[in-house]
Design a protein around this ligand. Sequence first.
Ligand code: AMP
Ligand code: GLY
Length: 422
Amino acid sequence: MNILLIGSGGREHALAKKMTESALLNKLYIAPGNAGTDSCGENVHLNVSDFSTLKAFLLSKKIDLVVVGPEAPLVDGLADKIDADSNLNISVIGPKRKGAHLEGSKEYAKEFMQKHKIPTAKYQSFTINTIKEGEAFLDTLKPPYVLKADGLAAGKGVLILDDLAKAKAELKDMFSGKFGEAGNTVVIEEFLDGIELSVFILTDGEGYIILPEAKDYKRIGEGDTGLNTGGMGAVSPVGFAQGAFLSKVEERIVKPTINGFKQDGFDYVGFVFIGLMSIDGNPFVIEYNVRMGDPEAEVVIPRIKSDLVDIFKQTANKNLSNYNLELDPRTAVTVMAVSGGYPEGYQKGKEITGLKEGEQETFFHAGTTLKDGKIITSGGRVISCTAFGNNVNETKTKALAMAEQIKFEGKYYRKDIGMDLL
Ligand code: AMP
Ligand code: GLY
Protein backbone atom coordinates (compact mmCIF):
# COMPACT_ATOMS: atom_id res chain seq x y z
CA MET A 1 0.00 0.00 0.00
CA ASN A 2 1.02 3.59 -0.55
CA ILE A 3 0.21 5.67 2.51
CA LEU A 4 0.17 9.38 3.27
CA LEU A 5 0.53 10.21 6.97
CA ILE A 6 -0.37 13.79 7.95
CA GLY A 7 1.38 15.44 10.91
CA SER A 8 4.78 16.29 12.32
CA GLY A 9 4.98 15.23 15.97
CA GLY A 10 6.17 12.35 18.11
CA ARG A 11 2.78 10.72 17.52
CA GLU A 12 3.42 10.67 13.77
CA HIS A 13 6.95 9.31 14.20
CA ALA A 14 5.52 6.50 16.36
CA LEU A 15 2.85 5.72 13.73
CA ALA A 16 5.35 5.95 10.87
CA LYS A 17 7.91 3.70 12.54
CA LYS A 18 5.31 1.04 13.34
CA MET A 19 3.99 1.13 9.76
CA THR A 20 7.50 0.56 8.36
CA GLU A 21 7.51 -2.83 10.15
CA SER A 22 4.70 -4.01 7.84
CA ALA A 23 5.27 -6.07 4.70
CA LEU A 24 2.06 -4.51 3.35
CA LEU A 25 3.67 -1.07 3.14
CA ASN A 26 5.00 -0.09 -0.27
CA LYS A 27 5.74 3.61 0.14
CA LEU A 28 5.11 5.97 3.07
CA TYR A 29 4.90 9.74 2.68
CA ILE A 30 4.71 12.03 5.68
CA ALA A 31 3.41 15.60 5.38
CA PRO A 32 5.31 17.46 6.67
CA GLY A 33 7.02 14.99 9.04
CA ASN A 34 10.20 15.67 11.00
CA ALA A 35 13.81 14.47 11.22
CA GLY A 36 12.61 11.16 12.69
CA THR A 37 9.97 10.35 10.09
CA ASP A 38 12.57 11.12 7.42
CA SER A 39 14.07 7.68 8.05
CA CYS A 40 10.65 5.95 7.83
CA GLY A 41 9.59 7.25 4.43
CA GLU A 42 9.62 10.44 2.39
CA ASN A 43 8.79 13.73 4.08
CA VAL A 44 6.82 15.96 1.74
CA HIS A 45 6.01 19.65 1.85
CA LEU A 46 2.35 19.60 1.03
CA ASN A 47 -0.30 22.12 1.98
CA VAL A 48 -2.98 19.63 3.01
CA SER A 49 -5.55 22.38 3.56
CA ASP A 50 -5.39 23.17 -0.19
CA PHE A 51 -7.53 20.34 -1.51
CA SER A 52 -6.58 20.63 -5.18
CA THR A 53 -2.86 20.35 -4.32
CA LEU A 54 -3.58 17.43 -2.02
CA LYS A 55 -5.72 15.69 -4.63
CA ALA A 56 -3.02 16.02 -7.29
CA PHE A 57 -0.51 14.49 -4.87
CA LEU A 58 -2.83 11.61 -3.93
CA LEU A 59 -3.40 10.76 -7.58
CA SER A 60 0.19 11.13 -8.77
CA LYS A 61 1.60 9.01 -5.93
CA LYS A 62 -1.21 6.43 -6.21
CA ILE A 63 -2.03 6.75 -2.51
CA ASP A 64 -4.31 4.02 -1.13
CA LEU A 65 -4.74 5.29 2.42
CA VAL A 66 -4.46 8.61 4.29
CA VAL A 67 -3.76 8.50 8.03
CA VAL A 68 -4.46 11.78 9.81
CA GLY A 69 -2.46 12.45 12.99
CA PRO A 70 -3.73 15.80 14.35
CA GLU A 71 -7.34 16.98 14.72
CA ALA A 72 -7.22 20.23 12.74
CA PRO A 73 -7.48 18.72 9.20
CA LEU A 74 -10.36 16.52 10.42
CA VAL A 75 -12.25 19.43 11.99
CA ASP A 76 -11.71 21.18 8.62
CA GLY A 77 -13.43 18.31 6.81
CA LEU A 78 -10.49 16.62 5.08
CA ALA A 79 -12.08 13.14 5.34
CA ASP A 80 -15.39 14.48 3.92
CA LYS A 81 -13.63 16.02 0.92
CA ILE A 82 -11.67 12.87 0.06
CA ASP A 83 -14.78 10.72 0.48
CA ALA A 84 -16.94 13.01 -1.66
CA ASP A 85 -14.51 13.14 -4.60
CA SER A 86 -15.51 10.51 -7.16
CA ASN A 87 -11.99 10.49 -8.67
CA LEU A 88 -10.48 9.37 -5.38
CA ASN A 89 -10.94 5.85 -4.12
CA ILE A 90 -8.93 6.40 -0.96
CA SER A 91 -9.64 5.42 2.63
CA VAL A 92 -9.01 7.85 5.46
CA ILE A 93 -8.12 6.92 9.03
CA GLY A 94 -9.77 9.88 10.75
CA PRO A 95 -13.42 10.89 11.16
CA LYS A 96 -15.48 13.21 9.03
CA ARG A 97 -16.32 16.72 10.23
CA LYS A 98 -19.45 15.67 12.08
CA GLY A 99 -17.51 13.21 14.25
CA ALA A 100 -14.51 15.52 14.56
CA HIS A 101 -16.82 18.14 16.07
CA LEU A 102 -16.72 16.06 19.28
CA GLU A 103 -13.26 17.54 19.80
CA GLY A 104 -14.10 20.89 18.22
CA SER A 105 -16.95 21.69 20.62
CA LYS A 106 -17.15 20.75 24.30
CA GLU A 107 -20.86 21.57 24.39
CA TYR A 108 -21.51 19.18 21.48
CA ALA A 109 -19.46 16.47 23.21
CA LYS A 110 -21.44 16.91 26.43
CA GLU A 111 -24.76 16.79 24.54
CA PHE A 112 -23.58 13.59 22.82
CA MET A 113 -22.68 12.00 26.18
CA GLN A 114 -25.97 13.04 27.75
CA LYS A 115 -27.99 11.77 24.80
CA HIS A 116 -26.25 8.38 24.80
CA LYS A 117 -26.19 8.03 28.60
CA ILE A 118 -22.40 8.01 28.85
CA PRO A 119 -21.17 8.81 32.38
CA THR A 120 -19.71 12.32 32.58
CA ALA A 121 -19.72 15.32 34.93
CA LYS A 122 -23.04 17.15 35.39
CA TYR A 123 -22.98 20.34 33.30
CA GLN A 124 -24.82 23.24 31.73
CA SER A 125 -23.71 25.57 28.97
CA PHE A 126 -24.17 29.33 28.71
CA THR A 127 -23.66 32.30 26.40
CA ILE A 128 -23.34 35.99 27.14
CA ASN A 129 -27.14 36.25 27.02
CA THR A 130 -27.50 33.72 29.83
CA ILE A 131 -24.65 34.91 32.06
CA LYS A 132 -27.04 35.41 35.01
CA GLU A 133 -28.20 31.79 34.72
CA GLY A 134 -24.52 30.76 34.53
CA GLU A 135 -23.79 32.55 37.79
CA ALA A 136 -26.84 30.95 39.38
CA PHE A 137 -25.63 27.50 38.21
CA LEU A 138 -22.22 28.18 39.79
CA ASP A 139 -24.06 28.95 43.07
CA THR A 140 -25.49 25.41 43.02
CA LEU A 141 -22.06 23.74 42.65
CA LYS A 142 -19.40 22.99 45.23
CA PRO A 143 -15.81 24.17 44.64
CA PRO A 144 -13.61 23.70 42.72
CA TYR A 145 -15.48 25.17 39.74
CA VAL A 146 -14.76 23.94 36.21
CA LEU A 147 -15.24 26.41 33.33
CA LYS A 148 -14.59 25.33 29.74
CA ALA A 149 -14.50 27.42 26.60
CA ASP A 150 -16.61 25.49 24.08
CA GLY A 151 -14.25 25.73 21.10
CA LEU A 152 -10.62 24.80 20.40
CA ALA A 153 -8.41 27.04 22.57
CA ALA A 154 -4.96 25.45 22.12
CA GLY A 155 -5.45 23.36 25.27
CA LYS A 156 -5.83 26.44 27.45
CA GLY A 157 -9.60 26.82 27.53
CA VAL A 158 -10.28 24.92 30.77
CA LEU A 159 -10.18 26.79 34.09
CA ILE A 160 -10.44 25.12 37.48
CA LEU A 161 -11.05 27.61 40.29
CA ASP A 162 -11.46 27.26 44.04
CA ASP A 163 -13.21 30.53 44.65
CA LEU A 164 -16.83 31.28 43.62
CA ALA A 165 -16.29 35.02 43.09
CA LYS A 166 -13.23 34.30 40.94
CA ALA A 167 -15.21 31.72 38.93
CA LYS A 168 -17.92 34.33 38.24
CA ALA A 169 -15.29 36.89 37.24
CA GLU A 170 -13.62 34.39 34.88
CA LEU A 171 -17.00 33.54 33.35
CA LYS A 172 -17.40 37.21 32.51
CA ASP A 173 -13.86 37.40 31.10
CA MET A 174 -14.49 34.37 28.91
CA PHE A 175 -17.56 36.10 27.45
CA SER A 176 -15.46 39.22 26.95
CA GLY A 177 -13.12 37.33 24.62
CA LYS A 178 -10.45 35.86 26.92
CA PHE A 179 -10.28 32.81 24.62
CA GLY A 180 -11.59 34.56 21.51
CA GLU A 181 -14.56 33.00 19.77
CA ALA A 182 -13.86 29.65 21.45
CA GLY A 183 -15.37 31.20 24.61
CA ASN A 184 -18.62 32.44 23.06
CA THR A 185 -20.21 29.43 24.72
CA VAL A 186 -18.94 28.24 28.12
CA VAL A 187 -19.58 24.84 29.63
CA ILE A 188 -19.70 24.86 33.42
CA GLU A 189 -19.39 21.46 35.00
CA GLU A 190 -19.11 19.61 38.24
CA PHE A 191 -15.55 18.86 39.39
CA LEU A 192 -14.63 15.18 39.16
CA ASP A 193 -12.27 14.18 41.94
CA GLY A 194 -10.38 11.07 40.88
CA ILE A 195 -7.46 9.62 38.95
CA GLU A 196 -7.10 10.56 35.29
CA LEU A 197 -6.14 8.26 32.42
CA SER A 198 -6.94 7.78 28.76
CA VAL A 199 -8.27 4.91 26.72
CA PHE A 200 -7.86 4.74 22.95
CA ILE A 201 -9.99 2.97 20.45
CA LEU A 202 -9.85 2.51 16.72
CA THR A 203 -13.20 2.01 15.01
CA ASP A 204 -14.34 1.26 11.48
CA GLY A 205 -17.80 2.65 12.29
CA GLU A 206 -19.19 -0.73 13.34
CA GLY A 207 -16.53 -2.71 15.15
CA TYR A 208 -13.66 -1.44 17.24
CA ILE A 209 -10.44 -2.49 18.89
CA ILE A 210 -9.36 -1.18 22.27
CA LEU A 211 -5.73 -0.10 22.28
CA PRO A 212 -3.59 0.04 25.43
CA GLU A 213 -4.57 2.70 27.98
CA ALA A 214 -2.11 5.40 29.03
CA LYS A 215 -1.56 8.15 31.55
CA ASP A 216 0.00 11.42 30.53
CA TYR A 217 1.59 14.26 32.49
CA LYS A 218 0.30 17.60 31.28
CA ARG A 219 1.98 20.23 33.46
CA ILE A 220 5.47 21.61 32.80
CA GLY A 221 6.68 21.24 36.39
CA GLU A 222 7.41 18.28 38.61
CA GLY A 223 4.61 17.26 40.97
CA ASP A 224 2.15 18.41 38.27
CA THR A 225 2.75 22.11 38.80
CA GLY A 226 2.98 25.10 36.49
CA LEU A 227 1.56 25.70 33.04
CA ASN A 228 -0.26 23.14 30.94
CA THR A 229 1.67 21.67 28.01
CA GLY A 230 0.83 19.27 25.20
CA GLY A 231 2.20 16.52 27.48
CA MET A 232 5.55 15.93 29.17
CA GLY A 233 5.53 12.15 29.36
CA ALA A 234 3.32 9.08 29.39
CA VAL A 235 3.07 5.56 30.78
CA SER A 236 1.30 2.43 29.50
CA PRO A 237 -0.15 0.19 30.87
CA VAL A 238 -1.73 1.97 33.83
CA GLY A 239 -1.59 -0.42 36.77
CA PHE A 240 -4.84 0.51 38.53
CA ALA A 241 -6.85 0.44 35.31
CA GLN A 242 -6.95 -3.26 34.47
CA GLY A 243 -9.55 -6.05 34.51
CA ALA A 244 -12.79 -4.92 36.12
CA PHE A 245 -12.12 -1.22 35.48
CA LEU A 246 -11.47 -1.76 31.76
CA SER A 247 -14.62 -3.89 31.49
CA LYS A 248 -16.62 -0.99 32.94
CA VAL A 249 -14.98 1.35 30.43
CA GLU A 250 -15.96 -0.96 27.58
CA GLU A 251 -19.55 -1.54 28.73
CA ARG A 252 -20.42 1.93 30.01
CA ILE A 253 -18.38 4.08 27.65
CA VAL A 254 -16.89 2.41 24.57
CA LYS A 255 -20.01 0.54 23.44
CA PRO A 256 -22.44 3.45 23.94
CA THR A 257 -19.95 5.77 22.22
CA ILE A 258 -19.68 3.57 19.11
CA ASN A 259 -23.45 3.03 19.10
CA GLY A 260 -23.91 6.78 19.45
CA PHE A 261 -21.67 7.37 16.42
CA LYS A 262 -23.87 4.99 14.43
CA GLN A 263 -27.19 6.40 15.65
CA ASP A 264 -26.08 9.97 14.97
CA GLY A 265 -24.85 9.08 11.47
CA PHE A 266 -21.19 10.01 11.99
CA ASP A 267 -19.81 7.21 9.80
CA TYR A 268 -16.86 7.44 12.18
CA VAL A 269 -13.65 5.76 10.97
CA GLY A 270 -10.56 6.45 13.03
CA PHE A 271 -9.08 6.79 16.47
CA VAL A 272 -11.06 7.92 19.50
CA PHE A 273 -9.11 9.21 22.50
CA ILE A 274 -11.30 9.03 25.59
CA GLY A 275 -10.07 11.13 28.51
CA LEU A 276 -11.35 9.49 31.69
CA MET A 277 -11.54 10.10 35.39
CA SER A 278 -11.68 7.06 37.63
CA ILE A 279 -13.73 7.81 40.74
CA ASP A 280 -13.75 4.94 43.25
CA GLY A 281 -13.12 2.57 40.34
CA ASN A 282 -15.90 3.98 38.15
CA PRO A 283 -15.02 5.68 34.84
CA PHE A 284 -16.40 9.09 33.78
CA VAL A 285 -15.61 10.79 30.48
CA ILE A 286 -13.82 14.14 30.69
CA GLU A 287 -13.39 14.63 26.97
CA TYR A 288 -13.20 13.05 23.55
CA ASN A 289 -10.41 13.70 21.10
CA VAL A 290 -10.69 12.42 17.55
CA ARG A 291 -7.07 11.35 17.19
CA MET A 292 -4.34 9.58 19.13
CA GLY A 293 -2.80 11.47 22.05
CA ASP A 294 0.69 12.87 21.94
CA PRO A 295 2.83 11.73 23.84
CA GLU A 296 0.42 8.86 24.60
CA ALA A 297 0.98 7.49 21.08
CA GLU A 298 4.68 7.14 21.89
CA VAL A 299 3.85 4.47 24.51
CA VAL A 300 0.63 3.03 23.04
CA ILE A 301 1.69 2.44 19.42
CA PRO A 302 5.00 0.69 20.29
CA ARG A 303 3.00 -1.75 22.45
CA ILE A 304 1.05 -2.96 19.40
CA LYS A 305 2.54 -6.23 18.14
CA SER A 306 0.03 -6.70 15.31
CA ASP A 307 0.78 -5.27 11.87
CA LEU A 308 -0.42 -1.63 11.99
CA VAL A 309 -0.87 -1.35 8.22
CA ASP A 310 -3.02 -4.47 8.32
CA ILE A 311 -5.03 -2.93 11.17
CA PHE A 312 -5.61 0.19 9.04
CA LYS A 313 -6.51 -1.95 6.03
CA GLN A 314 -9.06 -3.92 8.07
CA THR A 315 -10.41 -0.61 9.41
CA ALA A 316 -10.85 0.74 5.90
CA ASN A 317 -12.58 -2.53 4.86
CA LYS A 318 -14.91 -2.34 7.91
CA ASN A 319 -13.50 -5.62 9.15
CA LEU A 320 -12.41 -4.73 12.69
CA SER A 321 -15.16 -6.58 14.60
CA ASN A 322 -13.26 -9.84 14.80
CA TYR A 323 -9.75 -8.44 14.73
CA ASN A 324 -7.46 -10.16 17.19
CA LEU A 325 -5.13 -7.43 18.43
CA GLU A 326 -1.78 -8.60 19.78
CA LEU A 327 -0.10 -6.44 22.39
CA ASP A 328 3.30 -6.32 24.03
CA PRO A 329 2.73 -6.93 27.75
CA ARG A 330 5.79 -4.93 28.76
CA THR A 331 5.62 -1.45 30.28
CA ALA A 332 6.45 1.56 28.11
CA VAL A 333 7.39 4.94 29.56
CA THR A 334 8.16 8.06 27.58
CA VAL A 335 9.84 11.22 28.87
CA MET A 336 9.54 14.31 26.68
CA ALA A 337 12.65 16.47 26.30
CA VAL A 338 11.53 20.04 25.59
CA SER A 339 13.11 23.37 24.65
CA GLY A 340 13.90 25.67 27.59
CA GLY A 341 11.03 28.14 28.10
CA TYR A 342 8.32 25.87 26.65
CA PRO A 343 5.27 26.14 26.82
CA GLU A 344 5.99 29.85 26.63
CA GLY A 345 8.67 31.37 24.37
CA TYR A 346 11.67 29.20 23.43
CA GLN A 347 14.50 29.17 20.93
CA LYS A 348 14.76 26.89 17.90
CA GLY A 349 17.64 25.70 15.75
CA LYS A 350 19.71 24.01 18.48
CA GLU A 351 21.70 20.96 17.37
CA ILE A 352 20.64 17.66 18.95
CA THR A 353 23.23 14.95 19.65
CA GLY A 354 23.37 11.70 21.61
CA LEU A 355 20.49 9.94 19.82
CA LYS A 356 22.06 6.48 19.98
CA GLU A 357 19.37 3.94 20.89
CA GLY A 358 19.96 0.94 23.14
CA GLU A 359 17.90 -2.20 23.12
CA GLN A 360 14.32 -1.51 24.25
CA GLU A 361 14.81 2.22 23.59
CA THR A 362 13.38 4.47 20.89
CA PHE A 363 13.72 8.20 20.40
CA PHE A 364 10.56 9.53 18.78
CA HIS A 365 11.16 12.89 17.17
CA ALA A 366 8.66 15.71 17.74
CA GLY A 367 10.00 19.25 17.11
CA THR A 368 13.06 18.33 15.06
CA THR A 369 14.21 19.05 11.54
CA LEU A 370 17.21 18.33 9.35
CA LYS A 371 19.55 21.13 8.35
CA ASP A 372 22.89 20.64 6.58
CA GLY A 373 22.96 17.00 7.68
CA LYS A 374 22.38 17.90 11.32
CA ILE A 375 19.30 17.32 13.46
CA ILE A 376 18.15 20.58 15.01
CA THR A 377 15.28 21.64 17.27
CA SER A 378 12.22 23.16 15.57
CA GLY A 379 9.56 23.09 18.28
CA GLY A 380 8.78 23.16 22.00
CA ARG A 381 8.46 19.44 22.49
CA VAL A 382 11.62 18.06 20.87
CA ILE A 383 12.22 14.34 21.48
CA SER A 384 10.07 11.74 23.18
CA CYS A 385 12.35 9.22 24.94
CA THR A 386 10.53 5.86 25.08
CA ALA A 387 11.84 2.85 26.96
CA PHE A 388 10.42 -0.63 27.49
CA GLY A 389 10.81 -2.66 30.66
CA ASN A 390 9.17 -5.02 33.09
CA ASN A 391 7.63 -2.46 35.42
CA VAL A 392 7.18 1.30 35.78
CA ASN A 393 10.09 1.75 38.16
CA GLU A 394 12.70 0.07 35.98
CA THR A 395 11.30 1.55 32.76
CA LYS A 396 11.06 5.16 33.92
CA THR A 397 14.69 4.96 35.05
CA LYS A 398 15.68 3.89 31.52
CA ALA A 399 13.58 6.61 29.87
CA LEU A 400 15.13 9.23 32.18
CA ALA A 401 18.61 8.03 31.26
CA MET A 402 17.70 8.50 27.59
CA ALA A 403 16.48 12.05 28.27
CA GLU A 404 19.76 12.71 30.07
CA GLN A 405 21.83 11.18 27.27
CA ILE A 406 20.55 13.42 24.47
CA LYS A 407 22.02 16.90 24.34
CA PHE A 408 20.74 20.21 23.07
CA GLU A 409 21.04 23.70 24.47
CA GLY A 410 18.25 24.55 26.91
CA LYS A 411 16.97 20.95 27.24
CA TYR A 412 14.43 20.37 30.04
CA TYR A 413 12.47 17.30 31.07
CA ARG A 414 10.39 16.17 34.04
CA LYS A 415 12.08 13.64 36.29
CA ASP A 416 8.87 12.42 37.97
CA ILE A 417 7.08 10.75 35.06
CA GLY A 418 5.38 7.60 36.37
CA MET A 419 6.36 8.25 40.00
CA ASP A 420 2.71 8.42 41.08
CA LEU A 421 2.16 4.92 39.72
CA LEU A 422 4.88 3.26 41.80
P1 AMP B 1 -10.16 18.99 28.84
O1 AMP B 1 -9.56 19.98 27.89
O2 AMP B 1 -11.63 18.94 28.84
O3 AMP B 1 -9.49 17.65 28.74
O4 AMP B 1 -9.69 19.48 30.30
C1 AMP B 1 -8.32 19.68 30.60
C2 AMP B 1 -8.01 19.07 31.92
O5 AMP B 1 -8.80 19.68 32.95
C3 AMP B 1 -8.33 17.60 32.04
O6 AMP B 1 -7.28 16.81 31.52
C4 AMP B 1 -8.54 17.41 33.51
O7 AMP B 1 -7.30 17.28 34.18
C5 AMP B 1 -9.16 18.72 33.92
N1 AMP B 1 -10.63 18.61 33.96
C6 AMP B 1 -11.47 18.83 32.96
N2 AMP B 1 -12.75 18.65 33.34
C7 AMP B 1 -12.72 18.31 34.65
C8 AMP B 1 -13.70 17.98 35.62
N3 AMP B 1 -15.00 18.03 35.35
N4 AMP B 1 -13.28 17.66 36.85
C9 AMP B 1 -11.96 17.64 37.15
N5 AMP B 1 -10.98 17.93 36.28
C10 AMP B 1 -11.35 18.27 35.04
N1 GLY C 1 -1.50 14.55 25.54
C1 GLY C 1 -2.78 15.07 25.40
C2 GLY C 1 -3.27 15.18 24.04
O1 GLY C 1 -2.74 14.64 23.08
O2 GLY C 1 -4.30 15.84 23.86
